[in-house]
Design a protein around this ligand. Structure first.
Ligand SMILES: [Zn+2]
Ligand SMILES: [Zn+2]
Ligand SMILES: [Zn+2]
Length: 445
């Protein structure tokens, strides 16, 4: 039998789906036909050709490069140029998704950077930044169901041209198209149809948060909002800061869907507080889409994010006495004053709509690693961050690679031990709720 180095992608996908890597070659040779051995060899070769990218796909733009507002609640120095530099030089994020590229003013900035030569459109979608990182163009949009439920979705497009087409369609439904995350007078299904019609990627954003999200505010099941056609093309959802893989995997609906952990950054320091590690052969839009669909070895291999307790909406918060629930979820009424004027926590909502008592994670699901971003570690201010960055290069290095000994040399014993405690996942935390972040506690000795 003759083997070529090419392999049918469908066969490959099936193989990856069903085969387990062999423990020893001799057992495999005994158990597997030659075709499978050959496919396994090619799979290994393809995996070796994959590169790992650090990816954050939800970063807002505060102002345009000449100072006009895009997202009013975001920091003034959160401009496109500053985001690209922050990702490249401080955070170590290689694939950068901005979610305000639907604004015509941001599009002017993009054109300026292309003309200046710092951004260059890639053949397979996305734009290269100085040949060192890749920018992916996204737009966050708010929809409204007939029931009144509001939700945010991030819509990605391969090129500026496609994004401009999207903008001109959406201008009919949005009052001020120049501003971020604006309300569109359409349902989620209709938005899906527009995005899909233009060849874009449609991702439910922070899918469980109480005010504006698919599962937090609109539905308990996908079929309540979407047609089967749409459901088949929702390849990924964003977990949001107050949730994680293990909470989301309590919904049967999400078994086939890839999870994304993105920062939803409204300021430069918050970029990368959640991010994804994605295996791709190259960084571009087409490869990213393949990774979300888990095709030909492209896939999300790890999610990094906050312990959900640190998120702003993890537990139910009472609007009357302002207390955050501590009892067994779901807390649907204030435990302290009995009021039903509450902001339901993500944990409480998930408990309410869960299919499973315990998480049921599919085989393809990567691990979710908790990280406490530098800005959450008590006593770590901008000055300390700058010193650490000077020594270790990027926040990713500081959070995950630098040794305690090396950290101690730069930041002192106390901060080094806190950073390592945070890294170990054993730090004591109090839960957030109602818009207030959870906190990392320090035990006084
Ligand atoms: Zn949002
Ligand atoms: Zn957002
Ligand atoms: Zn209360």
């Amino acid at each position: 039998m003759h083997f070529t180095n090419q392999i049918d992608p469908v066969f490959y996908d099936n193989f990856v789906e069903h085969a387990r890597p062999p423990k020893s070659t001799s057992v495999v040779e005994y158990a597997c036909p030659r075709e499978i051995m050959h496919a396994y060899a090619i799979m290994k070769k393809m995996e070796a050709a994959m590169k790992q990218y650090f990816v954050d796909l939800h970063i807002h733009i505060g102002r345009t490069m000449d100072g006009s507002p895009v997202k009013i609640t975001a920091a003034r120095d959160l401009t496109l140029a500053n985001i690209l530099d922050e990702c490249l030089y401080r955070k170590g994020i290689n694939v950068i998704g901005v979610v305000d590229a639907g604004s015509p003013k941001v599009q002017s900035d993009l054109i300026r950077l292309v003309e200046a030569g710092s951004l260059a459109p890639l053949d397979k979608g996305g734009l290269s930044y100085l040949g060192k990182a890749v920018l992916i163009l996204g737009a966050e949009v708010e929809t409204r169901e007939k029931s009144g439920g509001k939700a945010h979705f991030v819509c990605f497009f391969p090129t500026l041209e496609k994004m401009k087409n999207f903008t001109s369609v959406m201008a009919k439904y949005i009052k001020n198209i120049n501003l971020s995350s604006q309300k569109a007078e359409i349902t989620a299904e209709k938005l899906f149809n527009i995005v899909d019609g233009l060849g874009g990627i449609f991702v439910p954003a922070h899918a469980f948060t109480p005010h504006k999200s698919l599962f937090g505010n609109c539905a308990a099941r996908l079929t309540e909002v979407f047609s089967q056609r749409a459901i088949a093309k929702i390849y990924a959802i964003e977990l949001g800061l107050s949730s994680d893989t293990y909470l989301a995997d309590r919904l049967a609906d999400l078994g086939g869907i890839t999870f994304l952990s993105n920062s939803d950054a409204h300021s430069l320091p918050k970029i990368g507080r959640e991010y994804n590690v994605i295996d791709m052969q190259q960084a571009n839009y087409e490869e990213l889409l393949m990774a979300l669909k888990r095709e030909k070895g492209r896939k999300v291999t790890a999610n990094y994010g906050l312990d959900p307790r640190l998120g702003k909406y993890h537990r139910t918060h009472c609007l009357v006495c302002e207390k955050i629930a501590g009892g067994a979820p779901p807390v649907l009424r204030c435990e302290y004053c009995g009021s039903d004027k509450i902001v339901k926590g993500v944990l409480d909502r998930l408990e309410e709509i869960a299919t499973y008592r315990e998480p049921v994670s599919p085989d393809h699901r990567p691990p979710y690693h908790y990280q406490v971003p530098l800005s959450f570690v008590p006593g770590v201010g901008r000055k300390t961050v700058d010193k650490l960055l000077q020594c270790f290069g990027t926040e990713m290095e500081i959070l995950h690679s630098a040794s305690e000994e090396d950290l101690e040399k730069v930041a002192g014993k106390k901060i080094a031990s806190l950073l390592c405690l945070a890294r170990s996942g054993k730090a004591e935390l109090t839960a957030g709720g109602g818009g207030r972040y959870g906190k990392m506690l320090i035990r006084e000795e």
